[in-house]
Design a protein around this ligand. Structure first.
Ligand code: WQD
Length: 366
């Protein structure tokens, strides 16, 4: 199958591209490289022994999107492309609505132009309303508490309306809980720009010496040890869920929603403990006040994905921490700096394929 992956050079996208290539699919990537590097795809290509075709483009450039969609005519699209920082979305809500919601409208219109109607959408557990009823089922009430989460909720509702308006669409909405970890090779992983907002990448940077200590946002929550509890899911398990969703959509029309989580929660203190074991030293931390907007705990019920997709998370928090540490210790500065500058699509595809390596001094796969 030929799959077009928006945001395929990013953290979760690059892991999905690797698994797609390893499963024998043909892959095209549409990415503006605003928050990712072609280095991730070069390493994916070196590991998979097959290369995705990169098309540099922005979801807000509807002409470019249509041109690529008509050129590629994929069998399916996986849509990772979007802005995803909760805190930034509060400061710049319009940028988030424009990029995430309008960008997705552009994507759907481009797909209609090319008669491509199989879509997997990267949604988030952040669309769920705060609830005491755990684990969260897919029919739990939705009510996002920040602009980022509201863009995901609006897109879900838009896709529901699209599926009702036309019986031709096959749409899979995947609600991620907390994606963490890295490919066990240590060659690809999460490479956040600036100070990480999320817990695991922050801990990882403390472990590698880029940050001094972990700040635990509150230890007075009504949870088993007083710190926040979340459903952390290994990024490789998460990526596999996308392949299983694509397979399901090959035989089903309509709109479907699946939680992708482990079904259990882990506290902040336990994540720090797991990472301390992974890196071989007790990581320093300090208890500080709660972070505005945080809730005590949430975790998902992945039964529907197991029954309908045959998917379940295989990796636990220890493996998440070990794999994240391997990536971080092998790549203390992530993929290194990358500015798209005046590189052409041809330059970057030659780099990804290993034909040229003049883009930067970034280490390539060992
Ligand atoms: C996890 C726990 C914090 C940082 C966010 C998005 C969500 C999804 C996943 C995309 C909480 C605590 C954190 C730190 C801490 N992303 N914490 N110190 O907030 O559950 O979810 O990322 O879909 O949409 O909202 O993840 O990693 O920020 O926090 O104590 O430095 O760690 O209070 O309990 P969160 P997180």
């Amino acid at each position: 199958m030929h799959v077009l992956v928006t945001g395929g050079a990013g953290y979760i996208g690059s892991h999905a591209v690797l698994l797609l290539l390893e499963a024998g699919h043909q892959v095209s990537v549409y990415d503006n490289l605003s928050n990712s590097s072609p280095e991730s795809l070069r390493r994916v290509c070196a590991m998979a022994g097959a290369s995705p075709e990169l098309f540099i483009g922005d979801l807000l450039d509807s002409d470019r999107l249509k041109e690529v969609m008509l050129n590629v005519k994929p069998d399916a699209v996986i849509h990772f492309g979007g802005l995803k920082a909760v805190g930034e979305s509060v400061e710049k809500p319009l940028a988030y609505y424009r990029n995430n919601v309008v960008g997705t409208v552009n994507l759907i219109e481009a797909m209609e132009c090319a008669d491509v109607r199989r879509l997997v959408f990267s949604s988030s557990a952040t669309v769920y309303a705060e609830s005491k009823k755990l684990p969260l089922m897919e029919d739990a009430p939705r009510d996002a508490s920040n602009p980022y989460g509201r863009t995901k909720l609006h897109i879900e509702q838009m896709l529901e309306d699209l599926a009702v308006s036309s019986g031709e669409w096959s749409i899979g909405i995947l609600r991620y809980f907390n994606p963490v970890g890295a490919h066990p090779s240590g060659n690809i992983g999460e490479d956040p720009q600036g100070i990480p907002n999320n817990l695991m990448p922050f801990i990882s940077q403390v472990a590698v010496g880029r940050r001094n200590e972990v700040k635990i946002f509150g230890k007075d929550y009504p949870t088993y040890d007083g710190t926040g509890v979340r459903d952390y899911i290994h990024v490789v398990d998460l990526a596999q869920g996308h392949l299983d969703a694509i397979d399901f959509l090959t035989h089903h029309k309509g709109q479907f929603v699946w939680n992708l989580g482990t079904g259990s929660g882990t506290s902040v203190l336990d994540v720090i403990g797991a990472f301390s074991r992974a890196c071989g030293r007790q990581l320093p931390y300090k208890i500080v006040e709660r972070r505005a907007g945080d809730i005590a705990e949430y975790y998902g019920d992945p039964t529907a994905a197991r029954l309908e997709l045959g998917w379940k998370a295989e990796r636990g928090i220890e493996e998440m921490a070990c794999d994240m540490w391997k990536w971080q210790s092998q790549n203390p500065a992530g993929y290194g700096e990358f500015e798209i500058g005046d590189y052409t699509n041809e330059d970057l595809n030659a780099y990804i394929k290993g034909i040229k390596d003049t883009l930067s001094s970034t280490n390539v796969v060992s």
